[in-house]
Design a protein around this ligand. Structure first.
Ligand code: NAG
Ligand code: NAG
Length: 363
């Protein structure tokens, strides 16, 4: 009986110890907090006492081992502290490297605080359990950590809407668990790593609104799961790889606002892609005469290029074209008739060399 009681006491003590906060995690969180300033909501008001695993706003622990596993501080949320304050979040300061002392951290979500600046601490590449890095909507500068590729479990890397500069480190393509890459709206320059295709789990690659230059690596087309590729509004040059039209689940391809040249690969017009924007490039040549029942487009925007020749008759056999824009090219000839065209207005065809017929003036 005594033995049972003794074991029960031991178990209770152990489970108690397991549930509270490690002193080293506690110290790291306080150092993390001291580098930030949040004047309106009081998100850090609950960060008192020694047990960081209970009721510390935005902190959660792994219940098995009692270590901090997730930091989730969203500046835009339905949470009651936001409702009470009737405003979205604003925070200044920086992300302290002390965060790297949280050795079992699985996710860092510090989003939409608008004013957090400083750099992404380099040392986060030494947090082997990280699965999510989400820092969207701050003022974070500096570069993507050179050793980011060490994070073999990372599935989400989202640093969109910041002021990150420098190149995409070549190690990034070692993130073989990465599913969601979002670098939109930063100041990233230099080329896409040729080995981009190594990101074999990637389903969304959003890199729009940067200064990325050089060619589109054809290795991208080996990413079997890639559904959404947005490289728009960069400085990419060279041809569009033909193989992009042969990807099995690619549905959205936005390459608009670059310096892409060469002709439009026929493969893109009979692929699974239903949102295709190639507007504002240097594309030339004829529109391939390959449209057919497999051509289904919510958006097909080829405006502001140097396309010439006629609009191919086959386009009438496309199964659907919701929004078509062929304006500002050098197309010429009669606009085909047919169901994909009935709803289109003149603006889809204006500013070409000599297009005619409905909805433009008669030939
Ligand atoms: C990518 O990973 C491989 C194997 O782990 C390693 O040899 C290589 O140095 C890494 N590449 C970069 C650029 O970090
Ligand atoms: C296609 O891209 C251009 C240039 O970035 C943009 O202005 C246009 O709105 C986009 N088209 C559609 C239908 O979204």
């Amino acid at each position: 009986m005594d033995a049972v009681l003794f074991i029960t006491v031991i178990l209770l003590t152990v489970s108690q110890a397991v549930k509270s906060c490690l002193p080293s995690d506690h110290a790291a969180l306080l150092a993390f907090k001291s580098a930030l300033h949040e004047p309106y909501l009081g998100v850090f008001n609950s960060w008192t006492g020694t047990d960081c695993c209970h009721n510390w706003y935005g902190v959660s622990c792994d219940p098995q081992i009692g270590c901090v596993a997730d930091i989730t501080l969203r500046g835009e949320s339905e949470d009651k502290i936001f409702q009470k304050a009737h405003r979205t979040g604003y925070m200044t300061g920086y992300i302290s490297p002390a965060i790297c002392k949280l050795t079992r951290l699985q996710s860092i979500t510090i989003t939409d605080w608008k004013g957090i600046s400083g750099e992404i601490p380099n040392c986060i590449s030494r947090l082997p359990f990280l699965r999510i890095i989400d820092l969207v909507g701050n003022k974070i500068s500096g570069v993507i950590p050179a050793n980011i590729g060490k994070l073999h479990r990372l599935t989400v890397f989202n640093v969109a809407d910041n002021v990150i500069s420098g190149r995409i480190p070549s190690s990034l393509t070692n993130l073989t668990s990465l599913m969601h890459l979002d670098l939109r709206n930063n100041r990233i320059s230099g080329p896409l790593p040729p080995s981009f295709g190594q990101l074999r789990m990637l389903s969304r690659a959003l890199l729009s609104r940067n200064q990325i230059s050089g060619p589109i690596p054809s290795s991208i087309s080996t990413i079997y799961r890639l559904a959404d590729l947005d490289l728009s509004l960069n400085q990419l040059s060279g041809p569009i790889p033909v193989s992009l039209g042969k990807m099995s689940v690619l549905g959205t391809l936005n390459l608009d606002g670059n310096k892409l040249s060469g002709s439009i690969p026929a493969s893109l017009l009979i692929s699974g892609i239903s949102n295709l924007n190639l507007s504002k490039n240097y594309l030339l040549g004829n529109l391939p005469d390959v449209f057919g029942p497999r051509s289904y487009f919510s958006v097909l925007d080829l405006s502001y290029n140097y396309l010439k020749g006629p609009i191919p008759k086959s386009i009438s056999s496309a199964s659907y074209i919701g929004h078509l824009d062929l304006s500002h090219n050098h197309l010429c000839g009669r606009i085909p008739a047919g169901s994909p065209f009935d709803h289109l207005e003149a603006s889809s065809f204006v500013n070409n060399d000599c297009l005619c017929g409905k909805p433009l003036k008669a030939c």
